[in-house]
Design a protein around this ligand. Sequence first.
Ligand code: DNO
Length: 360
Amino acid sequence: MKITFRWYGSGSDSVTLSQIKQIPGMTGLMGFLDYKAAGEVWTQEEIAAYIDEVHAAGLECEVIESVNVHEDIKMGLPSRDRYIENYCTTIRNLAKFGVKVIVYNFMPVFDWLRTDLARVIPEDGSNSLYFDEAELGCMGPLDIVRSTIENSNGFSLPGWEPERLAELETTLKRYERITPDELRANYKYFLDGILPTCEECGVVMACHPDDPAWPIFGLPRIAHSQEDFDKIVKLHDSPCNTVCLCTGSLGSNPDNDIPAIIRHFGEMGRIGCLHVRNIKHLGPHKFREAAHLSETGDLDMYAIMKAVHDTCPDTYIRPDHGRMIWGEVGRPGYGLYDRALGATYLNGLWEAIDKNKKRG
Ligand code: DNO
């Protein structure tokens, strides 16, 4: 297992590479060029500048996150071929710089969605990302976008880039006519278009689940359960077609048994990487993000790490969203302190599982 950290690049992140390097056991990043719009080619110069800086700090960059899929691909518009071609160029460019895994998602319009980016946790005064479908009920898609941008402490948020939201209303209207099966067919077209390039370059695609793990605003969503991912890995049968197993996204639905899902896809060799975090369920379609420690939420982190150790021990893991603690101001979910605590805790679980196994 390689423990990694998400980093947005100099000037776009409150966390520095030297801070990340000082987290015990940290091997590298799940990197991201946050200024790239969906559909654009990530050029070799841009990738080199980012990755050289990461290497100079003594960190690896074998995973890249959020190479976003253009809406025209998801909607199956004729212009999709051009964007698929661009995507293949980006894959080739990333591979040249040692990237082995690309994390992406196939959620229409929105990436992750929350109704509050800083809900205070009464027990200790820290705050974390929070979702309540009842609150969403009185907000339209534009309201939620506006409040998310306003409350992101001046940082752009993954999936909420202003360019992608400019045509929000038109895009939402177009999706009204697209069924989940049609979205899946468009997804297959995309995978058929890019996976031969991945096989050629030795790059694995890892699909991030819908977050939260159910449809929102009536949009079709097709990646939020074991059954959904069973269909996805069969859309184009290739070892390069894998899952980014995000415990918090799938875990927002208590019906998803996360350790069992990890074992299922781990045994198939279809886990490209994992995002590991904890969730506290507060009611139907209502949750907040908790500290990584099992007892602070509803996910069993020991069982999760054991499933990884048993079925896909060579994978990449990053501690996912942290709470804001100790007065830190940063990108919601992506401060330094709580994610560093999470990394240390996950490393501790790993060491215990590993030594226990070796001692028989
Ligand atoms: C949220 C992240 C996601 C993820 C994308 C991948 O915090 O886990 O934004 O990076 O869905 O495309």
